[in-house]
Design a binder for this molecule. Structure first.
Ligand SMILES: O=P(O)(O)O[C@H]1O[C@H](CO)[C@@H](O)[C@H]1O
Ligand SMILES: O=c1cc[nH]c(=O)[nH]1
Length: 266
């Protein structure tokens, strides 16, 4: 497979990042929300701002004296795939989505974290990279490491299967929308996903997993629960959002320190 790496000074069109700016980072943390980039980076280590263009806000942080990129993907598949394409060209080899989610199983509470091992491809972008028969699966070792980190940090979590939907309302069978109408195709879909053991709804993980596989990157994903869909369609309070944020930061910090320390010893 040909790989088209960028020249050191070459600035990527969408993310406005260059290889020089990444200082050799091969690992990226990918929140959806640009507003979470700085706090996530600072929770890992000393941080410098890089750039902000469209939905892509980025910082460089340091873990075990190694640079780690934090870059937002924006919401949904298309902007996420663009982000991965450009980061691959800049030498990123490993990505971890750090997101928020709505749980659909009893027992997954507000503020809990879901470590995602696979994703239902209820989105369109990943089909541009692999046929629908191809699974959206996480990198096994990276996912195992996140689960280990959650365990040793005593963070309430489950390892699960998410449903990545292109839409927040109909695809996630929400009726509290402008019209309140959900296409017949999606009516009753939440019950079917529950029956199949799907744990949560969000919007980017399937794209991250399939695109990463197509580009030859390792990918993992974890999401904090900010809506408990077995009880309500609403998003929980800002306090719950902060609790979830705190918890996924704790897991990622522990996992990255383990991983980069191990690699430093090799
Ligand atoms: O908090 P982030 O990472 O954006 O993730 C979730 O939040 C957004 C919807 O509110 C979607 O992007 C969804 O996947
Ligand atoms: O319910 C939710 C909460 C966060 N993000 C989603 O996509 N769905």
């Amino acid at each position: 497979m040909d790989h088209h790496y960028a020249e050191p000074h070459e600035v990527m069109y969408h993310t406005q990042l260059s290889r020089e700016m990444l200082m050799g980072a091969d690992t990226a943390l990918l929140p959806g929300d640009p507003g979470r980039v700085r706090s996530l980076a600072e929770a890992m280590g000393p941080t410098v701002d890089l750039t902000s263009h469209r939905e892509y806000t980025s910082c460089l942080t340091q873990v075990q004296n190694r640079p780690v990129l934090v870059c937002s993907t924006g919401m949904g598949g298309p902007s996420t795939a663009i982000c991965l394409e450009e980061l691959a060209r800049l030498g990123i080899k490993r990505v971890i989505r750090v997101g928020t989610t709505g749980s659909i199983q009893e027992g997954l509470e507000l503020g809990d974290v879901v470590i995602i091992k696979a994703a239902v491809r209820l989105e369109g972008t990943s089909a541009h990279y692999a046929p629908l028969e191809f699974p959206a699966v996480a990198d096994f070792e990276l996912t195992q490491l996140l689960a280990y980190a959650a365990l040793v940090e005593s963070v309430p979590h489950q390892v699960g299967i998410c449903c990545s939907s292109d839409t927040f309302w109909p695809g996630q069978e929400r009726y509290d929308s402008f019209t309140g109408y959900v296409l017949r195709r999606f009516q009753g879909s939440m019950k079917e996903w529950q029956q199949l053991g799907v744990t949560n709804y969000e919007m980017e993980t399937a794209t991250v997993f399939v695109t990463a596989q197509a580009l030859g990157l390792q990918a993992a994903s974890l999401c904090g629960v900010v809506a408990k869909r077995t009880e309500s369609e609403s998003i929980a309070s800002p306090e719950i959002y902060r609790l979830a944020e705190n918890r996924f930061q704790t897991i990622v910090r522990r996992a990255l320190n383990e991983l980069l320390a191990r690699e430093g010893k090799k």
